[in-house]
Design a binder for this molecule. Structure first.
Ligand SMILES: [Zn+2]
Ligand SMILES: [Zn+2]
Length: 258
């Protein structure tokens, strides 16, 4: 199993270790034909991408492509900002980006304390005290994902379940209905095997990504591979492996009609 495209890689523009060119060289070495630079979204005060750097990043992507022959796309791993379904990508950012990833992360600047508590605070406390999540909490967190998927042309939902308690099956159904790809992240799984089985049974499509934070990890999917084998995830449902590319990507489709 080899990645056609590694859609999820980080660089020094957020908290990755390599430059864009380093990621491209590593991709070439690993035999990955296309990579996407998806640094963390703008609302992270310490290591989020900066809008003013987007043109510079684009330029570096083009130069890296020229130098290595690897197709280097520019994307973002944006942050979900609450039950409203908001992310930290604005419509005015769309023409500067090729790919739109989104996920839940910590240490983000939320619009209000209420949004922070609703999304992360309550989940954090539940984890801290090792309590069973309440139905209410799961419902609310599921809504964060669902409203984000409904309200934004998100290509890939990254590491679903990271930091939070959500109904993975409902989230996957929403991804399936709106054409958002469900990520199998190669750093870690945040879902139980039972949840994965429910997710697989929804018929949602997947992508596998390295989520590399260092060039040496570009295209490295050993962890995801063992998960895929153990859970027998049908390979035809994984859209970015062995020469395949997704039939369409939601963000690019959306921009065509823009
Ligand atoms: Zn992430
Ligand atoms: Zn990431």
């Amino acid at each position: 199993m080899i990645l056609t495209t590694d859609y999820h890689t980080h660089t020094v523009y957020s908290h990755g270790k390599g430059k864009i060119i380093d990621n491209a060289l590593a991709a070439k070495e690993a035999g990955v034909k296309t990579i996407c630079i998806t640094d963390h979204g703008f609302s992270h005060p310490a290591y989020g991408m900066r809008r003013r750097k987007l043109d510079k990043m684009r330029n570096e992507c083009n130069l890296a492509k020229q130098e290595t022959g690897v197709n280097v796309l520019l994307g973002i791993e944006s942050n979900l900002l609450g039950v409203s379904g908001k992310t930290d990508v604005k419509i005015s950012d769309y023409d500067k980006l090729d790919v739109f990833l989104a996920g839940i992360h910590r240490f983000i600047l939320y619009d209000t304390l209420g949004e922070w508590f609703t999304l992360l605070g309550a989940n954090f406390l539940t984890r801290l005290f090792k309590k069973e999540p309440s139905k209410e909490l799961i419902k609310r967190t599921t809504k964060v994902y669902i409203n984000a998927i409904k309200n934004n042309p998100i290509d890939i939902l990254t590491h679903p379940g990271y930091l939070v308690f959500a109904d993975a099956e409902e989230v996957a159904k929403c991804c399936r209905d709106y054409g958002t790809l469900f990520e199998i992240n190669s750093r870690k799984s945040h879902l139980s095997d039972d949840d994965w089985v429910k997710v697989i049974n929804t018929g949602v499509d997947f992508v596998v990504n390295s989520d590399a934070h260092a060039p040496k990890n570009i295209g490295q999917i050993d962890y995801a591979k063992s998960l895929i084998e153990r859970l027998e995830i049908p390979l035809d449902r994984i859209k970015n492996i062995n020469g395949k590319t997704p039939e369409k990507l939601r963000f690019a489709e959306f921009k065509k009609g823009f």
